[in-house]
Design a protein around this ligand. Structure first.
Ligand code: GDP
Length: 736
């Protein structure tokens, strides 16, 4: 039953009890790629195109397979147990924690995850991070303890010792499940070897089994130990023939990962940011193929032949070509031009894809990953979405790039554009004054990886500037009301500014409070959770992408309504470049108290109102203890006890703070926070301080005011880099 036709796969997809949506998650180097490769090699689904070219997957070299694995957003696998066929969609989840925004997003379309752990290294920082994220999204984890061969070959453990080591590791994973799972899943999702939701094996040597599989086949751990200690390669191959790893993993997935219909019932209440009593939410909870279309787009890729391809999960309804749909975040209506399903790693045209399945769609080129696409009938119904995109990325490091070969300029621009579509956390901008191309990302490593992709996937070699850390501008006290005049003096705005409190910032950052929500609902949340006065909160009329809020506290001002859009545009522009160093402003509440607006539209255009808004805001800003916020990074380090002193030394020398330290056997686990600006050489210094024995993960932590003693210096450095005047701006500059 190996190679399936499109019709066979489609008919399986219609019975969603035969569908599973999974991803593989792991700490870097624990074997995610090798595991995907073995599954792909045994795929059992192959598109006509590929088969026609006699490129059956079995014959693909590992390199070619890797190429495909790396590029595909989804790979559909076919597997049978007890004579029943299943489609298993293996969805790509980006690996590194610097991309954590993307990990969560792709987790949203999965129902199960294979957590791969290296048998020797055990549970590491990113294992914990991805497992926690999986549990938070109600994605059921199953465990794959990989590289069991190393326990024998390198650590020379006996069968009993191997078992003990594996049991300890399972306990550690269960502790994490106990810690991070919601109460109703703690017990149900525990890893229980006797039930079979953990697979032991070696992805590299292609064997693996769960306890029930081993019992059925009469395999013992001593067989594994003997196979490796004999030094006879054919013994290992024999093991792989008796207990192939892909069979063990796919069987485990089919048995333990819920089908989409079961899963959506409890996952939608967790991941859908909208009214759960609405018919759209109910249709999703039932995975109803006849309900309104809801598609969560997890990935946008540029296909050189087809253009932009959106990959996502149909949570409700049935996706067909020709359908008009509404992109909730982009606020655009677009027509689906073509629908395809994944056949192995490639795509094949399909007439329709029903709820619960993964689809690829052409025609949605205004969408970005994370987008929610819904039936156009619901366009104005404000039904909600899976995530509001505005606040996902906090790019904190920027480099300028130029092609090594000036002839490649257009090629580079095109490649950068495509990269930033595929990775929404990567921002590309052009510096209008210098013509430089600027690339911003979530950390040094993120940018390094992106440059590598630029070279490998697009053949563009670039030279870069040293990385520049991005700051935010903010204030610490409330200002009085300032008058902002337009250049023609005919318009006057009376504005005060103050810092938003932490709760408000958090509610906006996590999407609980959104500009497009009902104002009463917003006011209620802000009153209950962030100490706002209800009536003032109801007057919020704009929230920008850097978490600044505009409150219209005026009443009865003539002509104000006609110019409000222009004023808000002026507010958004002012927030993009603050007065200190032209860095974006963050965490500001701007209150408009009163205004005088000229009656003649010719005298109250943007050229008049933009400066009026800006002047009043900046004057208030400069009187309210202004400061720069710098990005802090969270570090999670594991290091042998002997090196703890050295490692904490590196951290404190870099203005870092130790947050917590625990000991597990001879290993210390240190969590710390350190300014991104100090983390440029961090990797090599940590390696040097620990003789290469420290492992760590990094994550964006938060924005924090830089110490006052460094403030002026930091501002001046940025101003100099940007070619701004050497004098700091003064309040009077904005009160002309
Ligand atoms: P990823 O970073 O999680 O994708 O890890 P890879 O799949 O690239 O594997 C990292 C390294 O571990 C590679 O050198 C693999 O060859 C090796 N590796 C993967 N699986 C096994 C295994 O079962 N046993 C051993 N000894 N090495 C493995």
């Amino acid at each position: 039953p190996r190679y399936k036709t499109v019709e066979q796969v489609l008919s399986l997809m219609k019975d969603i009890t035969r569908v599973r949506n999974i991803g593989i998650i792991a700490h870097v180097d624990h074997g995610k790629t090798t595991t995907s490769d073995t599954l792909l090699a045994a795929a059992g689904i192959i598109s006509q195109k590929v088969a026609g070219e006699a490129l059956a997957l079995d014959y693909l070299s590992v390199e070619q397979q890797r190429g495909i694995t790396v590029k595909a957003a989804n790979i559909s696998l076919y597997h049978e147990i007890e004579g029943k066929g299943y489609v298993i969609n293996l969805i790509d989840t980006p690996g590194h924690v610097d991309f954590s925004g993307r990990v969560t997003r792709s987790l949203r379309i999965l129902d199960g995850s294979i957590v791969v752990v290296d048998a020797v290294e055990g549970v590491m920082t990113q294992t914990e991070t991805v497992l926690r994220q999986s549990l938070e999204e109600r994605v059921r984890p199953i465990l794959f303890i990989n590289k069991v061969d190393r326990l024998v070959k390198e650590l020379k453990l006996s069968p009993q010792e191997v078992q003990k080591k594996l049991i300890d590791m399972i306990m550690e994973i269960n502790n994490l499940i106990e810690m991070y799972a919601e109460p109703e899943y703690k017990e149900a999702w525990r890893i229980r070897p006797e039930l079979g939701n953990v697979v032991f094996g070696s992805a590299k040597d292609k064997w693996g089994f769960s306890v029930p599989i081993a019992q059925k086949k009469g395999i013992k751990f001593s067989d594994v130990v003997n196979a490796y200690s004999s030094g006879d390669k054919s013994k290992v191959e024999e093991l792989a023939n008796r207990a192939p790893i892909h069979e063990a993993l796919l069987e485990t997935v089919i048995k333990f990962v819920p089908n989409p219909k079961e899963a959506q019932k409890y996952r939608i209440p967790k991941i859908w940011k909208g009214d759960l009593d609405s018919d759209i939410a109910k249709a999703m909870m039932n995975a109803d193929p006849n309900g309104p279309i809801v598609l969560m787009i997890s990935d946008m890729k540029v296909d050189p032949h087809a253009g932009l391809v959106a990959t996502g999960r149909v949570f409700s309804g049935t996706l067909r070509a020709g359908e008009e749909i509404w992109l909730v975040n982009a606020k655009r209506q677009q027509r689906v031009l073509q629908v395809s399903l994944y056949m192995g790693p490639t795509r094949e045209l399909a007439e329709e894809i029903p709820a619960g399945n993964i689809a690829a769609a052409l025609g949605l080129d205004q969408a970005r990953s994370g987008e929610t696409a819904i039936d156009v009938k619901y366009k104005d119904a404000n039904v909600g979405s899976f995530e509001s995109l505005h606040y996902v990325s906090e790019p904190v490091v920027t480099i300028s790039v130029e092609p090594k070969n000036p002839k490649d300029l257009n090629k580079m621009i095109d490649a950068l554009r495509k990269l930033s579509i595929e990775d929404p956390n990567l921002l590309v901008k052009i510096n209008e004054e210098t013509g430089e191309y600027l690339l911003s990302g979530m950390g040094f490593l993120h940018l390094e990886v992106s440059l590598q992709l630029l070279k490998e996937n697009y053949g563009v070699d670039v030279v870069t500037s040293p990385p520049i850390v991005v700051y935010r501008e903010s204030i610490r006290t409330k200002s009085q009301v300032f008058e902002g005049k337009s250049p023609n003096k005919h318009n006057k705005l009376y504005i005060s500014v103050e810092p938003l409190n932490e709760q408000t910032i958090e509610l906006i950052a996590n999407g609980t409070v959104r500009e497009d929500m009902d104002s009463k609902e917003m006011a209620r949340i802000l009153k209950d959770q962030a100490d706002w006065d209800y009536d003032e909160a109801k007057k919020i009329i704009a929230i920008d992408e850097n978490i600044n809020v505009f409150v219209n506290a005026t009443s009865g001002v003539q002509h104000l309504r006609e110019v409000m859009d222009t004023i808000l545009q002026g507010f958004r522009l002012a927030m993009k470049e603050g007065p200190l160093a032209h860095e974006p402003i963050r965490g500001l509440k701007v209150v408009l108290h009163d205004a005088v607006i000229h009656e003649d539209p010719a005298h109250r255009g943007p050229a008049q109102l933009y400066p009026a808004v800006r002047n009043a805001i900046f004057a208030g800003f400069l009187t309210s203890k202004p400061t720069l916020l710098e990005p802090l990074q969270k570090l999670d380090i594991r290091v042998p006890m002997d090196f703890v002193g050295n490692v904490t030394g590196v951290i404190t020398r870099k203005r870092g703070k130790i947050l917590n330290m625990t000991q597990m056997g001879s290993i210390a686990r240190i969590t710390a926070e350190i300014p991104v600006s100090e983390s440029f050489e961090l990797a090599s210094e940590l390696r040097a301080a620990s003789a290469g024995r420290a492992f760590w993960g990094t994550e964006f932590s938060r924005w924090a005011p830089i110490p006052d003693s460094l403030l002026v210096d930091a501002i001046m450095k940025i101003r100099e880099r940007k070619g701004l005047p050497k004098e700091l701006p003064k309040v009077e500059d904005f009160l002309a």
